[in-house]
Design a protein around this ligand. Structure first.
Ligand SMILES: *[C@@H]1O[C@H](CO)[C@@H](O)[C@H](O)[C@H]1NC(C)=O
Length: 177
């Protein structure tokens, strides 16, 4: 009798400890698959994987959740650009440089204050078309900043990386259309 109880007990413990482990593995496999399948449909697979994996929320996100993570990437890129613009303005730039930096400040502020909230609200409401517009508009704002410099722009890297992030975001959103 004691032996039987011991066996049953062992089986029970083994079952309890195996279930969550296998469950966990399936879960992580699925999330890696979803990220991979999603990023394959964007113009920049590697960058997409890199951005999504950097956010811990991606492990239990659906495609809408992945799109929201990318919108946050756009937001943080715009905020970094704003910090850089602020620092450049503090160095007493030439008047035309100063004017261009002012324009850029407005453009990147528009990303943070208009495009990003629009995209987030649209995704949360299940209205992805407006989220795609928001992402595309972020890239347009960055280009408009770039165009405000007559010569060399100190924000070319920001423009390029905003373009890349916006293109990945828009492509993920299009999966939802
Ligand atoms: C901004 O970046 C995009 C993507 O790299 C590029 O195609 C575009 O020419 C850039 N805009 C300007 C004005 O440099």
């Amino acid at each position: 009798m004691k032996l039987l109880a011991l066996i049953l007990c062992t089986v029970a413990i083994a079952t309890i400890s195996i279930i969550p482990v296998s469950h966990c593995r399936i879960f992580h496999l699925n999330s890696a698959n979803l990220i991979e399948e999603t990023c394959k449909q964007t113009p920049n697979h590697d960058l997409c994987i890199q951005y999504l994996q950097a956010d811990p929320h991606s492990s239990d996100a659906d495609v809408t959740g992945l799109a929201l993570i990318m919108v946050n990437v756009i937001k943080s890129k715009a905020n970094s650009a704003l910090i850089k613009i602020h620092q450049l303005l503090q160095r007493n730039p030439e008047p035309d440089q100063k004017e261009a930096l002012g324009t850029c400040g407005d453009r990147y502020k528009a990303i943070v204050e208009a495009d990003v909230p629009q995209a987030i609200a649209a995704l949360q409401k299940g209205d992805p078309k407006f989220a795609e517009d928001g992402a595309n508009d972020a890239a347009i704002e960055a280009t408009s900043c770039e165009n405000s410099f007559s010569g060399k722009s100190p924000l070319t890297d920001d423009n390029n990386s905003m373009h890349d992030a916006a293109a990945v975001t828009a492509a993920i959103v299009r999966i939802l259309l």
